[in-house]
Design a protein around this ligand. Sequence first.
Ligand code: ZN
Length: 188
Amino acid sequence: MRGVPTRPIPPIRIGWGYDIHRLEPTPPRGSGRPFLLGGVEIEHDRGPIGQTDADTLLHAITDALLGAMGMPNMGTLFQKEDHHAQDSRIYLDEACRRMRDAGWEIGNLDATIILERPRIAAHKGEICRSVAKCLRVPQGRVNVKSKTHEGLDAIGKGRGVEVQVCVLLHYVGLSATRRVGRHKGGYL
Ligand SMILES: [Zn+2]
């Protein structure tokens, strides 16, 4: 088409993920679930509400990976495909499988957790290690940081947790083994 640049684009893609969950008192005072962030349980008198284990960080990461591949978000995609797992790692694993099947690998991932209480500075190392393990990447490719909401709005009153994630993918192609595997397995 005239006027459209024909230079090849770099083999990278970015994805953006966002998630929010309401926090309610844990039993017996309420129905808040154990407070998971990146697969790590955080001690708190409130926990998230959700249909899955409500791991806000893993949900935002899953959406970032799917978004980078131009796919619908986690809720839309897996509901359509009739997935009903409680463990959020199952959805993240599936997003990773699709990413690697298409020849992409994670360059780096940067996450911000917005949470008034509890302070999670002491858990950041463990959360990074857990997320890197879930994604099967070196820990240096994962960065997790946190902020409060300065007492503003529901998040600032401690009634929710919010996560924003940015991920960079780079194209590594399909290895010979995986090409054979895909062919034999009939993926193509
Ligand atoms: Zn969620």
